[in-house]
Write a protein that binds this ligand. Structure first.
Ligand code: BES
Ligand code: MN
Ligand code: ZN
Length: 501
């Protein structure tokens, strides 16, 4: 995608296939819509009087307007003017980008990012526009036999119309947004790929490919023997149930400054991603309905890879380390059985009361491994609990942390990047639900507060650094007709890292 900027003054003279301008329900026109209205003898106000109500999420196509060089003007409804905010703007950009893709256009110009709103700077708005274009142009074709039935979008050029003094901020935002979009494309494709292709080995190869592509990235993939040598007994107990080889992926982004010298090197930020490439539940087998969707149980891992891709593209001045324990969770004659006790890398023993609570079993050893980096912060990302979908639905990711500063930075990053999270509790009072009569800790805490007790389990392995946990079971994936991976929470994570660097 080629992004560029244009100045708003001569909007009516811009030659393009489609030009988007925003209008509000209260009959208020954005500055750009007003320019088009005047140059076209009132065509915009006319449309608002008759057929277009400007509700958020709607659009109207006006072709061949007199006095206008663009082939089509797309009126984008923005809802009520006094309610206009960053989320409405991001959705509006998506409405337009999606229209361009559906209409099979090769280019478009949007004037939406020039509209002021209280909770997003022009840089954030430009970033949101680039991310929206990325969302609209994602194209999955890896596993279709007849690819011509599913042609790739033609959209190649996308310009933001802004005022002259906004140009440099806009370009910054577009650059960040494009990197986020590329990261999300990678994350979505990994999530969408079936589990017979996207195996632990495939995730390892993806990390190695990123290391070839970006000089700031180093990748190392440990095999079963090496994982055994590390004494990751909890992770290995899950992996043992499948013929598929497990892997422990270590992927690093080392910025130019740290490559040049070790002096004044800042502590790294570690991202830990759950990489269960298929979760059948193990001996505590899941019901058959919709079990196909459990191929997305590696979306934590995929978001770590997508985030590393984005920070490498931006050559962010912050060291970032991704850790990915990855395996399948299947029932077999060698699988974990309810009641089994395993020993984690930390030395703590775990009674496995439900083999379907496997995410925490593989993450805990990665969290112990993270200690060696003396990290500034560790954030794990996991499709960890169905209970998180019950609590927060598909809007917010669940955020857990005992560290208020870290939690606030992640929440703020989510708001800035239009990829929101909501904080849930993590008090010690919940810890007693994890009591076991036969081991240091049980791997489940009963039905009440299932997402909280899952986070409590992880917290037992994170005493030595600031830590936060993101439960993305509800946000990483869409079910139904639009079934597929969303690329979340790559925007939140990249925004957080941008804010730290
Ligand atoms: N991968 C699942 C969580 C999940 C469920 C993600 C639905 C996305 C959609 C996880 O491994 C799991 O099975 N969790 C169990 C935990 C329970 C056994 C305590 C769950 O949520 O049912
Ligand atoms: Mn499970
Ligand atoms: Zn799982």
């Amino acid at each position: 995608m080629e992004f560029s900027t244009q100045t708003t003054a001569s909007l009516h003279q811009i030659k393009t296939a489609a030009l988007a301008v925003g209008v509000f329900t209260d009959g208020i026109l954005s500055a750009a819509a007003d320019i088009i209205d005047r140059a076209s003898n009132g065509a915009v106000r006319e449309a608002l009087k008759s057929e277009f109500h400007a509700k958020a999420g709607t659009h109207l196509v006006l072709r061949n307007l007199p006095g206008i060089s663009a082939a089509r003007v797309i009126l984008i409804g923005l809802g009520q003017h006094d309610r206009y905010n960053a989320a409405t703007h991001a959705n509006a950009e998506f409405t337009f980008a999606h229209y361009c893709v559906q209409a099979n256009l090769a280019e478009g110009v949007t004037a939406l990012a020039s509209i002021e709103c209280a909770d997003a700077s022009v840089r954030n708005r430009a970033q949101a526009a680039a991310v929206a274009v990325g969302r609209a142009t994602y194209h999955y074709d890896a596993t279709f036999g007849k690819r011509d039935r599913n042609p790739a979008p033609r959209l190649k050029k996308f310009a933001l119309s802004i005022s002259r003094n906004q140009a440099s901020h806009t370009q910054q935002g577009l650059k960040n947004g494009a990197a986020i979009a590329h990261g999300m494309h990678l994350t979505r494709e990994l999530g969408d790929l079936p589990a017979n292709i996207c195996t632990p080995t495939y995730l390892g190869n993806t990390a190695k490919k990123l290391a070839k592509e970006f000089k700031s990235i180093k990748a190392e993939v440990l095999d079963r023997k090496q994982i055994e040598a590390l004494k990751m007994g909890s992770f290995l107990s899950v992996a043992r149930g499948s013929y598929e080889a497990p892997a422990f992926i270590i992927i690093k982004h080392v910025p130019a400054s740290a490559r040049a010298s070790d002096k004044g090197r800042k502590a790294p930020i570690v991202l830990v991603g759950k990489g269960v490439t298929f979760d059948a539940g193990g001996i505590s087998l899941k019901p058959a309905g919709n079990m196909d969707e459990m191929k997305y149980d590696m979306c934590g891992a995929a978001s770590v890879l997508g985030t590393l891709r984005a920070v490498a593209e931006l050559d962010l001045d912050q060291e970032v380390i991704g850790l990915i324990p990855t395996c399948e969770n299947l029932p077999s004659g060698r699988a974990n059985k309810p009641g089994d006790v395993v020993t984690s890398m930390s030395g703590q023993t775990i009674e496995i009361l439900n083999t379907d609570a496997e995410g925490r079993l593989i993450l805990c050893d990665a969290l112990t491994y993270a200690e060696r980096f003396k990290p500034a912060a560790v954030i794990d990302i996991a499709t960890l609990t169905g209970a998180c979908i019950v609590a927060l639905g598909h809007v917010n990711s669940g955020l857990f942390s005992k560290n208020d500063v870290l939690a606030e930075s992640l929440l703020a990053a989510g708001r800035d990047a239009n990829d929101v999270a909501w904080r849930l509790p993590l008090e010690d009072a919940y810890q007693e639900q994890l009591h076991s009569n036969f081991a240091d800790i049980a791997n489940i805490g009963g039905p009440p507060a299932g997402s909280v007790t899952a986070a409590c389990f992880l917290s037992r392995f994170t005493g030595n650094y600031p830590w936060a946990h993101l439960d993305i079971a509800g946000t990483a994936w869409r079910s139904g007709k639009e079934k597929g991976a969303t690329g979340r929470p790559v925007p939140l994570l990249v925004q957080y890292l941008l804010n730290q660097a």
